[in-house]
Design a protein around this ligand. Structure first.
Ligand code: ZN
Ligand code: ZN
Length: 382
């Protein structure tokens, strides 16, 4: 019998040293320095500014722009994302985005997902980086597009000098200018790096465990507002895992997603374009499918105690027929729209008429979601 200890892959010393020593150093040095010398305002400002620049570069840059191609961006913005993304010490864009694509493709698979939550919370959080696991081996076969991006490849080839420049050079320069060299090095350099690491890691760990699943239960990803606030909007991970090409993670207008707002605002001045959005219909359909599933389970749980279970089931069947009819209507209108588009240049009024028909079906689905919510509430009351 082989023990699991002998089967363990070799330690990845570079990342093991960084990931273990930086939190310990921050936990000891930051309070010690605060006690003896106190931090300047400039040191705290450097902490928040560098933290936000790095977090945004990971969320809007590494993740939505490069890993998912959810929009396109001007080279100056890509350059900024590259520089401050490097500062977060999460590997090159090429490695990060390629392994993230693998995560989406093989989510939760023990043998395929580089940070599968099914291998445990700590493995998904940062254990996957401590050893050279087979699932974590770089494989750029899914990243040909990125290998043609000059900024991506420049960073990949010069990763170490860029890492040192941003993590030591930037805090040193700011600290020197502000007259608080050690303060900025400790807050804007060290503490910022540790916080930035662990809030990003939470998306792979906690966001696959804690939260709601309004769009799909076919994988472990959750929507979690608390995590969204900590991660520049990345916390709506259930939505993201089903509609990964959408530039929004928090799809509702009120959902806290600073990266979505930034990407949209920059599109107004021409720095980003071709923003991809999943259709309202597909989103409603996913939500309704989940609601049907949940309400049915609720009714099944009540079966022993409730007398009107049959009536509830009949209502569900009726609702389901309406749902199927709406889906068929949608497919039919879409078909008509395609055919008309193919044979002639659609006149404006015809296009508008189609638009109204699509919106009418979407509205029907929205109303049905409300009815189902009421039904689920009713079924849940004892
Ligand atoms: Zn995920
Ligand atoms: Zn993703």
């Amino acid at each position: 019998m082989t023990s699991s200890a002998t089967a363990r892959p070799p330690v990845n010393w570079a990342s093991a040293i960084v990931l273990t020593t930086t939190p310990i150093a921050a936990a000891l040095l930051v309070p010690w320095y605060a006690f003896h010398f106190d931090f300047s305002i400039a040191a705290w400002v450097s902490f928040f500014v560098f933290l936000h620049l790095g977090g945004t570069s990971i969320s809007a840059g590494y993740h939505r722009l490069w890993a998912h191609r959810a929009y396109e961006a001007h080279w100056s913005l890509r350059l900024l994302f590259m520089i401050f993304g490097t500062m977060t010490m999460q590997n090159s864009i090429l490695i990060w985005a390629s392994s993230h694509r693998t995560h989406h493709r093989h989510v939760d698979e023990v043998d395929g997902d580089p940070y599968a939550i099914t291998r445990g919370f700590w493995f998904a959080h940062f254990g996957w980086m401590l050893r050279n696991y087979d699932t974590g081996k770089p494989d750029f076969s899914n990243a040909n597009d990125l290998m043609n991006d000059r900024i991506v490849m420049f960073q990949h080839r010069h990763y170490l000098p860029l890492l040192l420049l941003t993590n030591i050079g930037f805090p040193l320069a700011v600290g020197w200018l502000a007259g608080d060299l050690w303060g900025v090095l400790l807050l804007g350099g060290l503490l910022r790096l540790v916080v930035s690491h662990h809030v990003t890691f939470l998306i792979n760990s906690l966001c696959h465990v804690w939260g709601s699943r309004p769009y799909t239960d076919e994988n472990s990803a959750r929507d979690n507002t608390v995590l969204a606030v900590l991660t520049w909007g990345e916390g709506y991970h259930n939505y993201h895992h089903i509609f990964q090409y959408d530039y929004r993670n928090g799809v509702k207008w009120w959902q806290y997603d600073t990266s979505k707002w930034l990407i949209y605002s920059l599109s107004l001045v021409g720095l980003t374009w071709n923003l991809k959005r999943c259709s309202g219909f597909a989103i409603q359909k996913a939500q309704l499918t989940m609601q049907f599933k949940r309400t049915e389970q609720q009714i099944a749980r009540q079966a022993a105690t409730r007398t009107e279970v049959e009536a509830l089931k009949a209502r569900m069947t009726h609702e389901y027929e309406i749902f199927t009819a709406s889906l068929q209507d949608w497919a039919r209108v879409k078909e008509e729209w395609y055919t008309e588009k193919k044979v002639e240049l659609l006149q404006k009024w015809r296009e508008a008429a189609f638009h109204d028909r699509f919106r009418e079906i979407e509205f029907r689905l929205k109303m049905q979601r409300r009815r189902l919510r009421a039904l689920a509430r009713y079924a849940a009351t004892p």
